[in-house]
Design a protein around this ligand. Structure first.
Ligand code: ADP
Length: 272
């Protein structure tokens, strides 16, 4: 009888622990959702005046085109360009903050689409190149037998644009993209021969707002890779880096050939 009492006591304790755990998980979810709502409202409030500033700068630039050059001090053009850059970086920061708060609140859903990966990567390369005017290209090569796989195009597109964007930003040479179709997975390797990442800072690379000491002169938010890593995780993949300071960096994104049975959920914060 003692044993029975003992067992029933244990069961009650387990139930109680489970209930408390569930309660605190629900509370955390609620708090994350409130935070996400707050970030979303504040972000929209920030974006409205930023749009106003951009429009005003464009109007000033338009008027200046009609004023004879000798009447416009050259410093004005430089200051206007500086305002444009600052507005762009604030806008990027707001966009990334919004995305991260959505991820934290578990609000990012994966929409799988059957995709011709090579064509998709080529399209993303075009988008990246369209944003640049320095004549550089991406060297593409494909290994193995290309097959269609299911990915979320929005998430994958975001990751590729970010990795390629960084490969251009932190290097003066052409970056390369290698797509390898392996037995069970596809590996996308973005490689550059740029500034690389200091060895003692590599372990912080996927942390929020991380910017390496050799990258402070470059524009950026330090949030891009956090988002890339989470998007990769949502698609059941992995994102890994190999880098050497002064030599370059390689980011490998590995995706399963078949859609994972169950989408990874929930432990966003545990991983960050
Ligand atoms: P951002 O580029 O906006 O700063 P990221 O999250 O994409 O944000 O990158 C974080 C930091 O990681 C960068 O500031 C830089 O220090 C480092 N980094 C990322 N990609 C590269 C790269 N290809 N080469 C060198 N450093 C990189």
């Amino acid at each position: 009888q003692d044993q029975l009492i003992q067992q029933s006591l244990q069961a009650t304790q387990q139930n109680e622990t489970q209930r408390i755990l569930q309660q605190s998980l629900n509370r955390e979810k609620e708090l994350n959702q409130l935070k996400s709502q707050f970030v979303s409202t504040v972000s929209h409030e920030f974006r409205t005046p930023l749009t106003g500033i951009s429009t005003s700068v464009e109007l000033i630039q338009h008027y200046l085109r009609h004023v004879p050059d000798n009447l416009v001090p050259p410093a004005i053009g430089r200051h206007l360009q500086a305002i444009i850059r600052k507005v762009q970086s604030l806008d990027e920061l707001i966009g990334d903050t919004l995305t991260i708060s959505k991820l934290e609140a578990g609000k990012v859903e994966v929409h799988w689409e059957d995709t011709d990966l090579v064509a998709f990567c080529e399209a993303m390369m075009e988008v990246t190149l369209g944003e640049r005017a320095d004549g550089r290209r991406v060297d593409l090569n494909v290994e193995g037998t290309p097959v269609r796989i299911k990915v979320d195009k929005k998430l994958l597109g975001h990751i590729l644009l970010n990795l390629l964007g960084n490969a251009f930003k932190f290097s003066t040479r052409n970056p390369s993209l290698r797509i390898s179709f392996e037995e069970h997975q596809v590996a996308l390797l973005v490689r550059d021969e740029g500034i690389g990442i200091p060895a003692d800072q590599l372990d912080q690379l996927f942390g929020k707002f991380f910017r390496a000491r050799n990258a402070t002169a470059y524009q950026g938010t330090g949030l891009g890779l956090v988002i890339c890593q989470d998007y990769t995780y949502l698609m059941g993949g992995r994102l890994e880096v190999v880098s050497e300071e002064g030599m370059g960096s390689s980011f490998t994104l590995t995706l399963p050939k078949s859609v994972p049975d169950q989408e990874p959920k929930g432990d966003w914060q545990a991983r960050n």
